[in-house]
Design a protein around this ligand. Structure first.
Ligand code: UD1
Length: 367
């Protein structure tokens, strides 16, 4: 009989071999978090199919992922230009491959735009997801990792945010995320064959260390780091610091910024958990670092990383903004075996590396 160490190694190799054959459908895989996650999936041995309508992304981003993955791994990546609201697109994607799990990123995420165009948000985020789940059920793929957000905590009364806090939405975008969490819980309750992990992202920033992929929002950025980055490269003149009278250490609001590579790795940990657990149910995890950083501290850290002065204008609070939000990380650490590794300095270094190499994002000049 083989010694135990050999059989354990053989069992581990068998599991790894099995994992290598796994096929993951990634909706919104051309986007900011999507591209970084797809790269980590390929490196982790998975086969990946992306469906993306390129509404807020470009195919060049997928080509860059292929470049980073190298010729062998990128053979395992397929890209479909398609929209989840179009059932014909879903039919094509699902009839072509058998998927072991779906990571569902696709969706719109600008709070202000959602207030101005609620129907656009309900149509995109809700209808698209309902169609996707319908096809998953039809084709017998009932393992799902869903992109949720800290937005479901509303204005938290206590920090750190713990997964079992009461949930509430503050705007149409937040309502779509909350509805989609509820829909996921309902689907799983009705059919226990579903295994669903809801990942609540805090504030994903930074970029891949190569500087080849990163965040490239259309139009004037809504979020802090893409805005700072565009000031640093001279596309925007000054950063408005929204709120300087918050009851925080320096008066500016506090958030839990997390490196996008940590967020990507959180998805790999979630998938592994789903594949390793028979009846996970529908369960939510925070993806944050557990540390709060103020807007002014973030500006200072970016200035240090880039050597650029970021002119600021102290401005009134942005409506709907919370004072301070950061994650409790205990549940993800304990149950997913995942924790964030990167520091604020790492996030700013990688964000700047992406910015200086790609001042216009994936384009070569101002769009
Ligand atoms: C925002 C959304 C959140 C969404 C997340 C990801 C709101 C209220 N929340 O989170 O629902 O899930 O983006 O898209 O919009 N700031 C400035 N100047 C700027 C931009 C931002 O001072 O030009 C400040 C904000 O006031 C905030 C902090 O920077 O205090 C972070 O802002 P942002 O990057 O937009 O993230 P959140 O507001 O936390």
């Amino acid at each position: 009989m083989a010694p135990p160490s050999t059989s354990a190694a053989a069992a581990a190799a068998a599991v790894e071999e099995e994992e290598r054959k796994r096929n993951i459908l990634v909706t919104g895989g051309a986007g900011f978090i999507g591209t970084h996650t797809v790269l980590q999936l390929l490196k982790g041995g998975f086969h990946v199919t992306i469906i993306d309508n390129l509404d807020n992304s470009v195919e060049e981003a997928v080509d860059r992922v292929r470049g980073l993955a190298g010729p062998d791994l990128s053979k395992r990546l397929q890209f479909f230009l398609g929209d989840l609201r179009n059932k014909e697109d879903l039919d094509k994607v699902f009839s072509q491959n058998r998927y072991d799990a779906v990571i569902h990123f696709a969706g719109l995420k600008a709070v202000g735009e959602s207030v101005a165009k609620p129907l656009l948000y309900y149509d995109n985020n809700l209808i698209g997801s309902i169609n996707l789940y319908e096809f998953m059920a039809k084709y017998g793929c009932k393992k799902l990792v869903f992109s949720s957000s800290t937005t479901v905590y509303g204005q938290p009364e206590k920090i750190p945010c713990v997964e079992d806090f009461e949930l509430k939405a503050m705007n149409p975008y937040g309502r779509t995320k909350l509805f989609l969490e509820d829909i996921a819980r309902d689907i799983q309750k009705a059919d226990p064959d579903w295994n669903i992990i809801l990942l609540r992202y805090f504030n994903p920033v930074g970029a891949h260390e190569s500087g080849k992929i990163g965040e490239d929002p259309k139009g004037i950025p809504n979020n802090l780091m893409p805005y700072i980055q565009q000031v640093a490269v001279g596309r925007l003149p000054v950063l408005n610091v929204y709120g300087h009278d918050y009851p925080t250490k320096d008066g500016s609001a506090v958030r839990d910024y997390i490196h996008v590579m940590d967020v990507a790795d959180g998805h790999i940990a979630a998938l592994k958990k789903i594949f390793a657990t028979e009846d996970i149910g529908c369960v939510a995890y925070n993806l944050g670092t557990g540390y709060g950083t103020s807007v002014l501290e973030m500006v200072a850290a970016f200035e240090k990383a880039s050597g650029k002065k970021i002119p600021i204008k102290l401005s009134p609070r942005r409506p709907g903004d919370a004072t301070a939000v950061y994650a409790s990380t205990e549940k993800a650490e304990k149950e997913l075996g995942w924790r964030a590794k990167y520091t604020i300095e790492d996030m700013c270094r990688d964000q700047w590396n992406w910015a200086r190499n790609n001042p216009y994002g994936y384009r070569s000049s101002e769009p």
